[in-house]
Ligand binder design. Structure first.
Ligand code: PHE
Length: 341
């Protein structure tokens, strides 16, 4: 019996010194293996006098269980040690460090462009690409602005050595699109435009427009009004009324300035609409017969409307941006203050 408790003490001491799984394996063999100390004790049972058998057996079993428990604890300890060592060696990402990079977002111009594109796509328009560098013909002549026409003055731009220009309006793609599809057609074409401007809070040398064209038999101003109202009602998420005032552009006849009922005060009058209830939004009109003809479309058979919506301005209105130059600035600090509704 004394021996038994010695065995346990010894086992405890030995276990304390064990530092690896292989040492633990040996320890197991030494005690619980086939010829292990405990196994030997159990084998001795047959030589123990009958009256002592029971208590001896119980003691050995207790020790056996105790040693099993010690081994399994040691196993856990070694496994934990192994993980700790691994963590120490590897440079793990510390998930508790506060995030330093901010979540990005689309540019306000991109958001509004995508929104308008989605709306027109749903109304059966195709979306076309325009060039940023255009021929002088496409930018001016093809939209009824011949050389020396005074309208060129308002749309001064970079003239490249090649004779091409940085396009001053998305109307520059009208001719190419008419030639591509012929009539009937329904297309929109967003793009970046460039002009020599006196820069201020609402005029920028680089800005964004979206052009729309619909050409078919019996197209009238009523269709123009319908599509514009539909688009604006979707953009602002509420019923928007429009009105047309006469406006001159050489490529439309008649030409209009389209105003919208102020979406902020619903036409009652506020700071944004300068208390008039209306906001000037975009020029538009019925495509001039000369423009159709130059696009290869017979103006006797087909009519169409066109509009050129400055969506830099629309983005400013939608997101409460008071300074147009902010949109091209790449100033993330300022842009991130834009309230995306
Ligand atoms: N292209 C004109 C501009 O940028 C706008 C416009 C487009 C006017 C289509 C009428 C029809 O000023």
């Amino acid at each position: 019996m004394e021996n038994l408790s010695l065995i346990l003490d010894e086992a405890r001491k030995k276990l304390e010194e064990i530092n690896s799984a292989s040492e633990l394996g040996n320890f197991y063999q030494n005690y619980l293996g086939k010829n292990g100390k405990i196994t030997e004790l159990l084998k001795m049972m047959k030589d123990i006098p009958n009256e002592e058998k029971k208590s001896f057996g119980m003691q050995v079993n207790n020790i056996k269980q105790e040693i099993q428990l010690l081994i399994s604890n040691k196993e856990k300890e070694l496994a934990k040690k192994q993980i700790d060592e691994k963590i120490e060696k590897t440079q793990l990402v510390d998930l508790t460090i506060p995030q330093r990079t901010k979540k990005g977002s689309l540019h306000p111009i991109t958001i509004i462009q995508n929104k308008i594109i989605d709306i027109f796509l749903s109304m059966g328009f195709t979306v076309e690409d325009g060039n940023e560098i255009e021929t002088e013909y496409n930018n001016f002549e093809a939209v009824n602005v011949p050389k020396n026409h005074p309208a060129r003055d308002m749309q001064d731009t970079f003239y490249l050595d090649s004779g091409q220009v940085l396009k001053t309006h998305t109307s520059a793609a009208q001719n190419r699109i008419m030639k591509k599809y012929g009539a009937p057609l329904k297309a929109i074409f967003p793009g970046r435009c460039f002009r020599n401007e006196e820069l201020d809070a609402s005029h920028e040398n680089t800005f964004f427009q979206i052009e729309g064209m619909m050409i078919d038999k019996d197209v009238s101003v009523a269709n123009l009004i319908y599509f514009m109202k539909e688009m604006l009602t979707n953009v602002f998420g509420k019923q928007i009324n429009v009105r047309l005032r006469p406006g001159f552009f050489p490529f439309v006849e008649p030409g209009f300035e389209l105003d919208i009922s102020c979406p902020y005060c619903d036409g009652k009058g506020c700071r944004v609409c300068k208390h008039s209830g209306w906001i000037e939004l975009c020029p538009c009109g019925m495509i001039h017969p000369n423009v159709l003809r130059m696009g290869g479309i017979d103006p006797e058979k087909y009519q169409g409307f066109a509009f050129g919506l400055g969506f830099s301005r629309l983005a400013m209105m939608t997101y409460d941006i008071t300074e147009i130059r902010l949109l091209n600035s790449g100033n993330i600090k300022a842009l991130s203050q834009v309230r995306i509704k």
